[in-house]
Design a protein. Structure first.
Length: 293
């Protein structure tokens, strides 16, 4: 293992910047996280070939999320995709802080993936799903704006982002569970949304002591968020994979076709309604009381 880490020349090729910056050990950790995301991505994508055509929606969603995590942690491990910002609460003699914006890009993709997946199994309306996605973007972008703010006004952005999280908690733990109970997936939904919100509680704290308050070092910052990110999307993704085996996709209205979202229980598949080659489509039956020429 030491021989592998000895080959890590990322900080020599891409020198760090800022008074408080990434260490070689931090880069080693980020490469390990990137390797985990790569492994999860490959496994998840490979398993999508075993699923039926109408039951791959979760494979597609989480494959995108895991792929984005792989790219983001590659960038951070390589000491790329960062900005040097002034600290608001000075840590020792460090007046500038290396802030990796790549993790925010990852959250912009990964968190909506989870919210869309939870929305699909709970049976909430598309309006609710879109609302939740935009709330997650408001949360992430507020924290990103705060990370770039040098003065104590960054805590205003922290308050805005944390408010968006609190609304998301209500949406996923209350409205989502109410809807999930109607489609008989309350237990599975409660486990998945509960795990998500348990981890989400730690993100405002992590941001406050890292990119917000600059209390901990950049390396500790990467360890903190790396652990949280590994415990969130990969665990939830494989949780969906295990639990989905007993779900009734027809009852959940999750059969997707090339024409959109079609409920299998209605027997309506537009791609199968066209006349087969060499046959004549049945004539339309006029409605009762309508006189045809």
């Amino acid at each position: 293992m030491s021989a592998i880490f000895a080959r890590n020349r990322a900080l020599d090729i891409n020198p760090p910047a800022g008074d408080s910056h990434l260490s070689t050990g931090g880069s080693d950790w980020l490469w390990a996280v990137m390797a985990c995301f790569t492994l999860f991505f490959l496994i998840y994508y490979a398993l999508s070939f075993k699923a039926f055509n109408g039951e791959r929606v979760f494979h597609y969603l989480f494959t995108i999320g895991l792929f984005t995590g792989m790219v983001a942690y590659f960038a951070m491990a390589s000491d790329l995709a960062f900005s040097v910002v002034r600290t608001s609460l000075y840590r020792s003699t460090d007046a500038t802080y290396q802030m990796f914006w790549a993790k925010y890009v990852y959250w912009v993709v990964a968190w909506p993936v989870i919210l869309i997946a939870l929305g699909l199994i709970s049976g909430v309306s598309w309006a609710s799903i879109v609302f939740n996605v935009f709330l997650s973007w408001a949360w992430v972008l507020s924290y990103l704006a705060g990370a770039y703010t040098a003065s104590n006004y960054r805590w205003g952005f922290w308050a805005f982002g944390t408010t968006a999280w609190l609304i998301l908690a209500v949406q996923t733990l209350w409205h989502g569970r109410t809807s999930a109970a109607r489609v008989n997936v309350l237990r599975d939904y409660s486990i998945l949304s509960g795990w998500l919100n348990l981890l989400w509680i730690l993100y405002p704290i992590a941001w406050a002591i890292s990119d917000g308050g600059n209390v901990i070092s950049v390396t500790k910052n990467t360890v903190y968020f790396g652990v949280l990110d590994l415990l969130m999307l990969p665990i939830i993704a494989f949780g969906f994979l295990v639990m989905a085996r007993k779900w009734d996709y027809g009852a959940l209205n999750l059969h997707f076709t090339q024409y959109g979202r079609v409920g299998a229980r209605d027997g309506v598949f537009p791609e199968k309604s066209a006349a087969a080659p060499g046959t004549t489509a049945p004539a339309a039956v006029p409605a009762e009381g309508v006189v045809t020429a």
